[in-house]
Design a protein around this ligand. Sequence first.
Ligand code: COS
Length: 379
Amino acid sequence: MIAFGLTEDQLEYQRMARQFIAQNVTPNAGHWDETGHFPKDEIRSAWENGLLNLCIPDSVGGAGMPLVDTLIISEEISYGCVGYSTSCMANELALTPVVIGADEDQKRKFLKPFVDEFKLAAFCLSEPGAGSDAASLRTTAKREGDEWVINGQKQWITNATHADFYTVFATVDREAGHRGITLFAVPRNTPGITIAPHENKMGQRCSDTAPISFDNVRVPADHCIGGPGNGWKIAMRTLDFSRPLVAMSAVGVARRALEESIKYAKERKTFGKPIGQHQAIGFMLSDMAAKTQAARLLALEAAWRTDQGLPANKEASFAKAMCADWCMEICTDAVQIFGGYGYTKEYPVEKLMRDAKLIQIYEGTSQIQRVVISRELMR
Ligand code: COS
């Protein structure tokens, strides 16, 4: 059966998230972008309002929210500011490997604290020399008695500076390739962790992206999640979960660009009429609207398949690739519709365009998504 309507509960989450974002995020997004301010207090407010850590299962007191519902919230948050949304989604990305790979004791130990108090988390997979080719990571973990000792460097880590908890992928056997990769839960206060200054980014400037080094970082044996050698599959399954979420964040940005453009196209007049009544602009708006809706449907289908327990690897990559690419096109067109004004900070669309670019890069570039899709097609 195909149904396109939202349930009463979903409409309520959507309404609540929309209201929260309109009050706490949208009015501040320009200032955060300008100053690079990390909006920790507003992220805490999202946690207080039940908009954070939606993947934590109800067995440990979490929301245990279906992915479709999480996406509905993600669109609203990203409409206000996708840099802010990235910081919120980084918690989902970092905690999902624990949800997927941990036993019940570990879930209680590592996830319950996120239910009880406001905390941030970071997912540490990428390295200076291992981004798209994530399996070539070089961070090592060595067993010494009852402990694991982690050494290496991670790069492009969202929430790095502010996180209380890291999920770290390291190899216990470099010769074994991806079969040596193992997942570890690492609390922030463990000695040996150094966080470098955060990156000065083109867009999504209020999100915190920084390198981390691990120098003889020791964690107890029970901080190894899913067992040695099982980290790669946990990472890949995590990305299957997070890519629809990132795709929907692109929909939020695209919808914002579309709405700003429609508003402007009604106000701005040339040749005696609003520019939206010129076919050149009207057709651009039409394409932007159609792409936004197509993107939304792709993202929701990938999430729905995940919720049903159906294979969603290919669909998650359809969604991530197309939503990110369309979002970039839509934001570029929005700047074009605003003309010279669109290129200034007087209007929000130049920020949307800078922010959109990162969605084509992080959590698997648009090219990597096509690698995943083409491999599936040729299987
Ligand atoms: N779920 C479960 N297992 C998966 C999987 C998935 N979605 N995707 C791949 N695997 C498994 C494969 O089945 C294979 O298992 P076996 O060894 O048992 O046969 C194994 O993983 C290796 O697969 P593959 O050979 O395809 O791995 P590659 O190293 O060629 O890389 C891609 C595959 C490109 C998909 C992977 O490197 C990738 O996703 N890269 C991008 C990483 C990324 O998104 N980085 C951003 C940082 S996170 S913010």
